[in-house]
Design a protein around this ligand. Structure first.
Ligand code: NAD
Length: 351
């Protein structure tokens, strides 16, 4: 079992080191090799996704990624910016399905900005399409019109097969959960998502045990805050999923708690925390490594089919929280504030 480890930028190296520590502690013969991506890729090879990094990721069974990006790269040409490395690796590995669970651990109910009764027991899986939509659609760009005014263009587009394959992922996951799928679109205004809704309805005929509902994205944004426990699996396109999954992360108290998996059609996957590189706290040993550690658990579950060790990691995280360990982002009065590395050690000890 080979894992390509891509720490990236900002807090990436710190949090990935904790996940690697936890995976090594399992002692199950995982081979791990590191390579630069994002700003680190640009520094090392003048490319946010160096050829050697892409080759390593392609040869591996799974990829463990930290995060990419730093404000200092904002002035680079667009194709050299760190985020481009991330978009390209997702596209190159054909990682079309992004799974983002939002689970509220009982110990963290008070860290959420919402009332505990609204969020306690929350367990949502957001399934986001990752390789299509307005982030990739052509034509795109900024051009100058004849009158000298500039115009920006992006194109929202989805074809039927792209919608069907992400829908299938959502229905399959729902079958293993509470058998409810809510498809989020803006079918009243956008034709792309009108097609999305039609395809979801057609696909649902293959899953009669699953209850399919539809919601406009603006309402979904509201319902996630008003009554988030109504959702089981939520499936949506790339841009809506980007925004809704960040919103859902705050239900759980901190973005530092949210893992993610991005899968191809054969369950090869890239696993990364849902948050970014947090340059504001990089290098200070204060970042929360739990989202990355929980991403490693998802890797064992979805790519290596090792449910037992995935649960072992998740239980160790719960135990470390129950023992009172907290990084700054989830700290509350009366708990034990620790740094990034110490949180990793607490999880290893709990294992
Ligand atoms: P961010 O997620 O990096 O940070 C948002 C806020 O959350 C910050 O205050 C940060 O300190 C905090 N935070 C994030 N992760 C945390 C953790 N593990 N523990 C504690 N606090 C945490 O988003 P941003 O500030 O909008 O973007 C910063 C950089 O990250 C940008 O360059 C952006 O492009 C990039 N980014 C990368 C990814 C990715 O690699 N997947 C995703 C989003 C943003």
């Amino acid at each position: 079992m080979k894992i390509a480890v891509l720490p990236g930028d900002g807090i990436g190296p710190e949090i990935v080191a904790q996940a690697v520590k936890v995976l090594k502690a399992l002692n199950i013969g995982l081979g791990m090799e590191e390579a630069p991506i994002g700003g680190a890729g640009y520094e090392a090879a003048g490319d946010p996704l160096p050829d050697a990094t892409l080759a390593l990721a392609k040869a591996a069974d799974a990829v463990l990624l930290g995060a990419v990006g730093d404000w200092k790269y904002d002035k680079l040409e667009r194709h050299l910016r760190p985020e481009r490395g991330l978009l390209r690796i997702r596209k190159e590995l054909n990682l079309f399905a992004n799974l983002r669970p939002a689970v509220l651990y009982p110990e963290l109910a008070s860290a959420s900005t919402l009332k505990p009764e609204v969020v306690s027991g929350l367990d949502i899986m957001i399934v986001r399409e990752l390789t299509g939509d307005i982030y990739f659609g052509q034509p795109r760009g900024i051009s100058t019109l004849e009158n000298g005014e500039r115009e920006g263009i992006n194109t929202m587009r989805y074809n039927e097969s792209e919608i069907k394959r992400i829908g299938r992922v959502a229905f399959e996951i729902a079958m293993k959960r509470n058998r409810k799928v809510c498809s989020v679109d803006k079918a009243n205004v956008l034709e792309t998502t009108e097609l999305w809704r039609q395809v979801m309805i057609e696909l649902s005929k293959e899953y009669p045990q699953v209850e399919l509902s539809h919601m406009y994205v603006d309402n979904a944004a509201m319902q996630l805050i008003r009554a988030p426990k109504q959702f089981d699996v939520m499936v949506t396109g790339n841009i809506f999923g980007d925004i809704l999954s960040d919103e859902a992360s705050m239900l759980t108290g901190s973005i530092g708690m949210l893992p993610s998996a991005s899968l191809d059609a054969n369950n090869k996957g890239m696993y990364e925390p849902s948050h970014g590189s947090a340059p504001d706290i990089a290098g200070k040993d204060v970042a929360n490594p739990l989202a990355t550690i929980l991403s490693a658990a998802m890797m064992l579950r979805y790519t290596f089919n090792d449910e037992a060790n995935a649960v072992r990691i998740e239980d160790a995280v719960k135990k470390a929280l129950a023992q009172g360990y907290r990084t700054a982002d989830i700290w509350t009065e009366g708990t034990n504030k620790v740094g990034c590395a110490a949180m990793g050690d607490a999880v290893v000890a709990a294992l």
